[in-house]
Design a protein around this ligand. Structure first.
Ligand code: ASP
Length: 349
């Protein structure tokens, strides 16, 4: 009881998604579940939270996560920073899992604080047997309340696993174990309510700083067998300010797409990522037309360890911050360099 006043203060923001979705009881077109519960109701449904933190509940948005936008994330990041300034020790964001791999990385880039920011959600909505929302919310608050979870950038916590936003991907349509970090693995786990951080990620350098709410549109195009460049040729006239190309394997496209990509890269930032979903982009292996060496020599910017979805978030925020082509190239380089400095005596930041 006396401990209550000493509990860390954690702010829980709700944004909708499956974790907040219930049914109205109607059938037909009105059937199915949709986001209805807010942060206060989510918190009240998990009485164990009272032993972990002093909670502050903020209903921030009520959306399917595919309807969230980068301006929403910019506004959320500003609100998170305000809550930290007002004394919160950690923040939890609940939202739909469909876009967590993008929104959490946006927060990773936007919130510069040594305090933990943890994003969570659910795969089974509250009307189903085995709903995972309450356990995920409890785990997320346990991590957000733990000082050792600070300084790791934004985290994603579901299914008792702790992932770094910069590495995590949604890999399954319905499994509660959908979140995976194929390139780096999870940073840790939760056991008997205790967060365990096994690996530490470094603070990212080269982050966009001045942000406009008006985020320029960036296209993401995936290379496909037999691609003839007709989408790439239309990127500029469709009004996009940049392109992320998710190439085959180590970063390749069919040879016939190269002229259109080279032409576009002379005017707009064009970032080359891999469509594989794991590993880092190659830079110096293959020499055929359409290979990574060919494309990088023609001005495409390597995404490094970032997949296409995350590279698109970074490019969008850099453009919103007013970065030019060189600024974009430098930021991608810096962010990749800061990750490769992990383990070089930086532990504990
Ligand atoms: N299926 C989604 C979820 O897991 C719905 C959404 O992303 O809003 O929450």
């Amino acid at each position: 009881m006396a401990a209550q006043a000493e509990l860390p203060r954690v702010t829980v923001f709700s944004l909708g998604g499956t974790i907040a979705s219930t049914s109205s009881g109607g059938g037909g077109a009105a059937g199915g579940v949709r986001p209805r519960l807010g942060a206060q109701e989510l918190v009240e449904a998990v009485p164990q939270l009272r032993d972990v933190a002093e909670l502050e509940a903020v209903a921030f948005r009520q959306a399917a996560s595919g309807d969230l936008t980068l301006p929403d994330m910019i506004a959320l990041a500003a609100e998170i920073i305000r809550r930290f300034d007002a004394g919160s020790s950690g923040v939890v964001v609940t939202q739909g899992t469909d876009t967590i791999e993008e929104t959490s990385f946006a927060l990773d880039l936007l919130v510069r604080s040594p305090r933990p920011v943890v994003v969570t959600g659910a795969m089974r909505n509250p009307t189903l047997a085995g709903a995972d929302g309450p356990a995920n919310l409890l785990g997320a608050v346990q991590v957000a309340a733990a000082p050792e979870a600070g300084g790791l950038g934004t985290l994603v916590v579901l299914n008792d696993e702790i992932h770094a936003a910069r590495f995590v991907r949604k890999t399954h349509t319905s499994s509660p174990a959908t979140f995976r970090s194929p390139t780096a693995g999870p940073l840790g786990w939760i056991v008997e309510g205790r967060p365990r951080i096994a690996l530490r990620t470094p603070v990212l350098d080269g982050l966009p700083s001045v942000l406009d709410q008006d985020v320029p549109p960036v296209a993401l195009v995936t290379a496909v067998l037999g691609d003839d460049a007709r989408l790439v040729e239309r990127v500029e006239e469709a009004g996009y300010a940049g392109l992320v190309l998710a190439g085959f394997g180590g970063g390749h496209v069919p040879a016939q797409v190269v002229p259109a990509l080279a032409d576009l890269a002379s005017r707009l930032p064009v970032v080359l990522a891999s469509r594989t979903g794991g590993g880092e982009l190659l830079q110096e292996t293959y020499g055929f037309p359409g290979s990574e060496r060919d494309l990088l020599a023609r001005g495409l910017i390597p995404a490094g360890f970032l997949d296409g979805l995350k590279a698109r978030i970074l490019l969008s925020l850099l453009l919103a911050a007013g970065a030019d082509l060189e600024g974009v190239r430098k930021a991608f380089e810096q962010i990749n360099a800061s990750v490769s400095s992990a383990g070089a005596g930086e532990a504990g930041r």
